[in-house]
Design a protein around this ligand. Sequence first.
Ligand SMILES: *Cc1c(COP(=O)(O)O)cnc(C)c1O
Length: 392
Amino acid sequence: MSQHEWHAETLSVRAGSEQTEFGENSEAMFLTSSFVFESAAHAAARFGGKEPGNIYSRFTNPTVTMFQNKLAALEGAEFCVATSSGMSAILACVMGLCSAGDHVVASRSLFGTSVQLFSNILKRWGLETTFVSLSDADAWKSAVQPNTKLFFVETPSNPLTEVADIASLAEIAHQAGALLVVDNCFCTPAIQKPLALGADVVVHSATKYIDGQGRCLGGAVLGRKDVLEPVYGFLRTAGPTMSAFNAWVFLKGLETLHVRMEAHARNALALAQWLEQQPRVERVYYPGLPSHPQHELASRQQKSGGAIVSFDVKGGQPAAWHLIDSTRMISITANLGDAKSTITHPATTTHGRVSAEARAAAGVGDGLVRVAVGLEHIEDLKADLAWLATTD
Ligand SMILES: *Cc1c(COP(=O)(O)O)cnc(C)c1O
């Protein structure tokens, strides 16, 4: 049976692995910056591209290559470029695919640092970005300009779990002669496969569910080889490459991706259903709930609702902070993608630098709380949030 016929769970465990002459069962970690050659002619052949092989770990490293091949198999991508963080994956993607004078249409509900990257830094280098509502197809269409190169979206969105229709955005992008880039960090290929839905490029923060246990920073860009050649070129020259150590951690993380994502989603759905019943909860945002406005689209596009649950607590910021401070187990941190559940108040943390009007327009209210549901027992999670069940 070839790798192409394996099921996703098997690809997680087996794809991309290669053995050295020692026959190790766990992948080797190649902590070496450079590689040696047999002769001057051999070195010249490698450098000239006449013979494949490693030269220097900024270009390629065997542990990083194994990670790239495993993630590519999972996303159904021809090519994968690993990077030092999720942000450098997004930067490399844009630096490889755009030039000064180009234009990007991006979802308004991106990860906060991605918004900063487009609106502050890339703007200084001559790249203009128009931000639109991720679920408004007409807004994407009318934002298109003759110089539009990329559509950039994240789905489900953070923190309100709005869902973008990947297939229809891909169609709009292609009609405009642009490429659709999807940040697939929240779902991972265990839940959603954007390339199969028509997206051209997937970016990841491997820091989140690909690691799964909050240890390392990393990222990846995936898609067709001809499309991503300039992205690899940027990385090889500018240098935000993934370290061999981090690649090894992510290789181990990917082996358990499917069982983890199923357990995360099972806990998240159970918590979301419980939250809907609690007297101190105004509204719950989770794509796996029938009450979610895009539940039908999410059910078509995703295998599950994922691990992120947000909800409005009655009583605004004081009540939201009271809830957060009443927890004894759940980690108070804005990070996500960890076995440990985390809780955050978006209005004063991740969205704290956004103006009050913009926050209100985005639906991020003062009572909104986001939980990235981890792998603890569901009854212990409910017990830690028990204040929501009280009435006086
Ligand atoms: C965390 C995150 C990033 C940035 O990744 P880093 O690894 O922290 O650089 C990008 N997109 C999304 C959706 C994220 O959650």
